[in-house]
Design a protein around this ligand. Structure first.
Ligand code: NAD
Length: 488
């Protein structure tokens, strides 16, 4: 029965490129295969775009731009709202599809559909709120008019870890602003984006406004699109090294860019924290998405007086986790995205243990089919361990003790990243000091998950440029014009 449902769903997902409102194979008939990371089985074969296909997608986005930019805001808003409504109707299909291609437990996939959908609703509402201004200049010798304009065709590159939400977080504000887009999802999880393109088509998005190119050749295809002067904006979510190389290329065309890059989130627990709440927050901030989130807590910086108790409590929680394919009831630890991710998590754990950390739970690769790693808890992780510098992207909770507030701040800020931080304290004054002292674009104060469509999501330092969501999100896709006219 379940198998039938999966087979039916997979056959409903288009297997072509979506260009100019048409589904088509790659011009050279190249394909790529998509696997289920819980089993290693190939679940679908789809088109793999060439550079020529990428350029055809840009042609379509460029051709569709003038009409879409001129479409009244209300009409664009209503199309986005229809997309939101259709997503509610198809939410079970989207959740299952993400579990199949990415591995996250079904309950979390449902959470991502809810979160991802909110960007469609939020930006449908923001569409009509883009405003300019008009007024006398201070010298009284003219009138100043300030207007907002869509930047033009955009290239949107998304990662594999949140296949739906990372797409809606870019597509919705771009369309709301009047931009057209070429979307390139990760080759590991392209099916959700293809299925979403079908939904947008059903919602009435005109041909050419959204184009999707799935490909095995991300580098060459992206380079060609970025080098084309018709492109006016690049929005990327992914790792910092790839983001930096894309920024260098985008600089040649002085492209507008938004970069949502890697993180190394500190999770600071003070001795005055409510430990029950801190443990709940830690489980959410660490094990959501099997640790594969840019916002995942990477370093648990815990006051020495409560560090043992914190380790004991999180270890007890981890012992209850069920491991398995995300479609099975009650599973918390699904597979990691691939065997490389498993090897990376294990290398970081091994390095930390070699340098003197204590192992409380896990610490091993789970043998057999699929890419599984045990939920792991380490304490007394020593300075200099790789796990404190690198994004873990796996179910590994690493605890570092501290003695006073200054030391906690120093450790927390000792990273090139600055996406998000989490702080647990019952002291209002200490919480306020942390808001001012921690170098991150977002903070969870006594809460373990911060993402919200109505909030400006984004990082400081090497974690990125620009903001997605909130009132800020649409401005990433708008440019300002100032006009001066003489007095009437
Ligand atoms: P990645 O950088 O390997 O890939 C991201 C995307 O870029 C994929 O679509 C990939 O195909 C594409 N890509 C890879 N090389 C490219 C190239 N040379 N030219 C053009 N495109 C290229 O990252 P990933 O492994 O898919 O995702 C995990 C990373 O994403 C982590 O570092 C995570 O922190 C980050 N992330 C950040 C946010 C955020 O909002 N800040 C959200 C989710 C994930």
């Amino acid at each position: 029965m379940t198998e039938n449902r999966e087979t039916q769903l997979l056959s409903d997902v288009p297997d072509g490129l979506f260009i100019g409102g048409q589904w088509r194979p790659a011009e050279d008939d190249a394909t790529l295969t998509v696997s289920d990371p819980a089993t290693g089985d190939v679940v679908k074969t789809i088109a793999s775009a060439s550079v020529a296909d990428g350029m055809a997608a840009l042609d379509a986005a460029d051709a569709a731009f003038p009409a879409w930019a001129a479409t009244p805001a209300r009409e664009r808003a209503e199309i986005l709202r229809r997309a939101f409504d259709l997503l509610q109707e198809r939410k079970e299909q989207f959740a299952l599809l993400m579990t199949i291609e990415m591995g996250k437990p079904l309950a979390e996939a449902r959470g991502e559909v809810a979160y991802g959908g909110e960007f469609l609703r939020w930006f449908s509402e923001e569409t009509a709120h883009v405003q300019g201004r008009y007024g006398a200049n201070p010298e009284g010798t003219g009138r100043m008019i300030v207007t907002q304009h869509p930047v033009g065709p955009c290239f949107l590159i998304t990662p594999w870890n949140f296949p739906l939400a990372m797409a809606t977080r870019k597509i919705a504000p771009a369309l709301a602003a009047g931009c057209t887009v070429v979307v390139k999802p990760a080759a590991l999880t392209p099916l959700t984006t293809l299925y979403f393109a079908k939904l947008l088509d059903d919602a009435g998005v005109p041909a050419g406004v959204v184009n999707v190119v799935t490909t095995r050749s991300s580098g060459p295809l992206s380079d060609a699109i970025i080098a084309d002067p018709r492109l006016r904006k690049l929005s990327f979510t992914g790792s910092t090294p790839v983001g930096v190389s894309l920024l260098e290329k985008a600089a040649k065309g002085v492209l507008r860019t938004s970069m949502e890059l890697g993180g190394n989130a500190p999770f600071v627990v003070f001795d005055d924290a409510d430990l029950d709440k801190a443990v709940d927050g830690a489980i959410a901030a660490k094990f959501r998405n099997i640790g594969q989130a840019c916002t995942a807590a990477n370093r648990f910086i815990v006051h020495r007086s409560v560090a043992d108790e914190f380790a004991r409590r999180v270890t007890a929680r981890v012992a209850e986790f069920r491991v398995g394919r995300g479609t099975e009831e009650g599973v918390v630890v699904g597979p990691l995205i691939d065997d490389r991710a498993v090897a990376k998590a294990h290398a970081l754990v091994t390095d930390a243990l070699d340098r003197g950390a204590t192992l409380h739970a896990g610490g091993s690769v789970i043998e057999g089919a699929g890419s599984f790693y045990q939920a792991t808890v380490l304490s007394d992780v020593q300075a200099g361990s790789e796990i404190l510098r690198e994004e873990i992207f796996g179910p590994v909770l690493a605890i570092v003790p501290f003695d006073d507030e200054d030391e906690a701040v120093r450790i927390a800020n000792d990273t090139e990243y600055g996406l998000v931080s989490y702080v647990y304290t019952e002291s209002l004054a200490r919480g306020q000091r942390m808001i001012e002292r921690l170098q991150t674009g977002m903070m969870g104060l006594n809460i373990g998950v911060v993402s919200n469509a109505a909030a400006p999501f984004g990082g400081w330092k090497m974690s990125g440029l620009g903001r997605e969501g909130g009132a800020e999100g649409i401005h990433e896709y708008l440019q300002t014009k100032y006009t001066l006219t003489p007095d009437p």
